[in-house]
Design a protein around this ligand. Structure first.
Ligand SMILES: [Zn+2]
Length: 217
């Protein structure tokens, strides 16, 4: 049975008045952390935990900064019209940190992104930014992979896009089935990467080639 709702205190009323667009205030978010600390069995009032709610909320701002950024705008701003360049562009080993939407546990891995330009290319740092923006949201790996590929396809309108994501899920390594060392691989192939086996093979060979020798250059 649910307990009857108590009346809001004046502090809570103020907090909810400053909330815009349904987003809780920082004070409400910190209170939620205190609730979870109590739920875990600890005392949020003990000295070691006093600053924890504000630290957790600041961490959330960083972990989930992707909600306030628009990948489409970033790509649109930077594309250049090119004539003649029609070879594959591949950025591989893009490290990312994300969080699974089921457990809010870290997903840490690498993304490999390739496309075949038709008339537009984008600065390669922007490919990494797109990965980062989608990673800094609550995710499942399949959705992350598809979002990166679909956004590149929609905005750059290339002949094809390939995205492979290889990541470890801490909800599998530190809880549940406890299987460390397991990574999940997902891919999304669009356009020529989907329809042309040799294009797909070329991309997969490029991302499989170790590039460690370059890191010390
Ligand atoms: Zn999970």
């Amino acid at each position: 049975m649910r307990a009857p709702r108590r009346a809001l205190t004046s502090a809570e009323t103020t907090a909810s008045e400053t909330t815009s667009g349904g987003r809780p205030s920082r004070a409400e978010a910190e209170d939620a952390v205190r609730t979870l600390l109590r739920w875990a069995g600890d005392d949020p009032a003990r000295e070691g935990l006093l600053d924890t709610p504000s630290r957790v909320v600041r961490s959330y701002e960083e972990f989930f900064s992707g909600y306030t950024e628009d990948p489409v705008e970033i790509l649109k701003r930077t594309f250049k019209e090119v004539e003649g360049y029609d070879e594959m562009v591949v950025l591989k080993d893009i490290r990312f940190e994300s969080h699974c939407e089921h457990h809010i546990a870290p997903i840490i891995g690498k993304a490999h992104v390739g496309y075949l330009p038709k008339c537009r290319v984008v600065g390669i740092s922007k490919l990494a930014r797109i990965v980062e923006i989608y990673a800094r949201r609550l995710q499942i790996q399949e959705k992350l992979t598809a979002q990166i590929a679909n956004t590149l396809q929609d905005v750059l309108d290339p002949k094809g896009v390939a995205v492979v994501v290889d990541a470890a899920h801490q909800c599998m390594t530190t809880r549940g089935v406890h299987k460390p060392g397991v990574t999940m691989v997902t891919s999304r192939m669009l356009g020529l990467f989907r329809t042309n086996p040799s294009t797909r093979r070329e991309f997969l060979a490029m991302i499989a080639t170790p590039s460690n020798h370059l890191h010390n250059v």
